[in-house]
Design a protein around this ligand. Sequence first.
Ligand code: PLP
Length: 451
Amino acid sequence: MDTIPNSPAARDIAYFFHPVTNARRHEQVGPRIIERGKGIYVYDDQGREYIEALAGLWSVAIGFGEPRLAKAAAAQMEKLPYYHSFSHKSHMPGIELSERLVKMAPVKMSKVFYTNSGSEANDTAVKLVWYYNNAIGRPNKKKIISRIKAYHGITIGAGSLTGLPLNHRDFDLPIANILHTCCPHYYRFGRDGESEEDFATRMAQDLEDLILREGPDTVAAFIGEPLMGAGGVIVPPKTYWEKIQKVCRKYDLLIIADEVINGFGRTGKTFACETFGIKPDMMVLSKAITSSYQPLAAVLFTDQIYQAVADNTNKIGAFGHGFTASAHPVVLAVAMENLNIIEERKLIQNAAAMAPVLQDGLRKLSAHPLVGEVRGLGLIAAVELVADKATKRPFDPIGKVGNWVFERAHDHGLIVRAIGDSIAFCPPLIIDAAQIGEMISRFRKTLDDAQ
Ligand code: PLP
């Protein structure tokens, strides 16, 4: 890129290695520097406005530029800027948020453990499963089943749970004891003549077959996003979760619901476990918990797990897991204020009310020659672009057109995310009907450019 020496773009290229970015292409195109945000909009350093149709990374639920969160952080920083919660230490933000999350949970949970990212929270969930099974004398029951196209993060453990080639390839993942079963995407993986219901039955049968092949005594848990996000916004068939849970219970597998994207209203209910009737043993929360104003994730787990773990810590001296910034008081104070705002402004109700506006609005694009499938639920959706609507044939190579649309959307004042050739939408929960209309109109203009 022909950048002015010492300009922010030149310095970015010189020093800043970006996550999930093609490094060589970045050298050519340079950064898009986002300077500020307000509501559903962000603005770059050239003053251009964009609708943030993905709420950052599926996360800024209350919208950008909320001064109350800055005030909450400042007040906590002045009072107690940091303290840990190792070795019986505690603080009020930790006590208050834990009580609140346990009371909010859709099934009876016992305790909350905090991390700084969804990846660390999923690592924690896996370690808790292993610790629990060691504690109750089942040292061989350790395998965790995830799914193809799942996204659970990128650390060595969570990256292994993720079921996407980009996050495995050349990182030597997945590690041992992590398995992947089928992805419940009917449009892509349903067979000719197979009903959606039969497809759900086959998905559950594939899971059971995998458990039987591995040996039920070696399989400890199933982890899933109730509605898959970063793998392409995949809404499972209606009876999918009921059938999957039956198999899990039959072979005594713990169920981990990864609500990192789904949680706090995204599907129109507080948690997607309610939307899909899931009764998890553990829940993993992040993103909208602070609207990403601060990094935070939480693992909630049942009393059955807690009691076994607690007995074991007593036996061996302590629970040997925790981060310096686990339950950081400033972060938790921001989470509390963020949840206050979600409640006061009835943002979960707004998500439910705006859901048909988004879903019906995007489905009007179904007739567009590039659109293969429009899917979604609540305030999350994807539009899958295909080379041939009739045969569902994808573009070759997959992702080229998606990337083009992602880039071109900026020219229309729109930030989306391309997952292969699926364009994802996950706007802030504050969005109103007029703004949804404008977002879809900007997207339609982008699609028209692609014809
Ligand atoms: N789980 C899910 C469902 C996610 O979507 C993500 C991130 O997008 C993660 C876990 C990982 O979270 P983090 O990026 O904070 O590590």
